[in-house]
Write a new protein. Structure first.
Length: 158
């Protein structure tokens, strides 16, 4: 459903109407916050945390599980540090990329976002079809024949 919704503008419109109330509530809340006061910035960060939690939860769980299965605390620290950098750097970049820069590149960013949405939707549909047909296992076997041994060992070690 998500894949089809990402590709079809008709489904996108229907989903947008379905969730318009939630988006409007968040947008209205953010529009009321105009202050540069630290408390206002904390509030925006808290709202971002609420919106981000469902997305980051599974990834954070996987990182914690990977760190827990490590051979020591140093390995766990490295895993969590890499996860933290991966989570923080895009947010930091977005925060530093000013509103004026976003406005300047708005049309190009929207076009890239629409293209990326369609690509993601097609990928999700393809993966779903591969899993449903069982072809994902054949593809995995075929890819393992071409993968260097060190890479295969790295992926199954954790």
């Amino acid at each position: 459903m998500i894949g089809a919704g990402s590709i079809s503008t008709t489904l996108q419109d229907r989903l947008a109407r379905l969730f318009a109330g939630v988006g409007s509530a968040g947008g209205n809340t953010l529009a009321r916050i105009r202050s540069e006061h630290p408390a206002a910035q904390f509030g925006v960060g808290a709202l971002l945390g609420v919106a981000w939690s469902p997305c980051v939860g599974p990834t954070l769980g996987a990182a914690i599980a990977l760190a827990a299965t490590g051979e020591g605390s140093a390995q766990a620290a490295v895993v969590m540090t890499v996860f933290s950098l991966g989570a923080v750097l895009p947010l930091l970049a977005a925060g530093l990329f000013s509103r004026s820069a976003f406005a300047r590149f708005r049309e190009r960013l929207l076009a890239a976002g629409n293209g990326g949405k369609k690509l993601m939707g097609a990928s999700l549909l393809l993966i779903g079809l591969l899993v449903l047909s069982g072809l994902d296992k054949r593809l995995e076997t075929w890819l393992l024949d071409f993968t260097p041994a060190w890479l295969t060992e790295l992926t199954v070690r954790y």
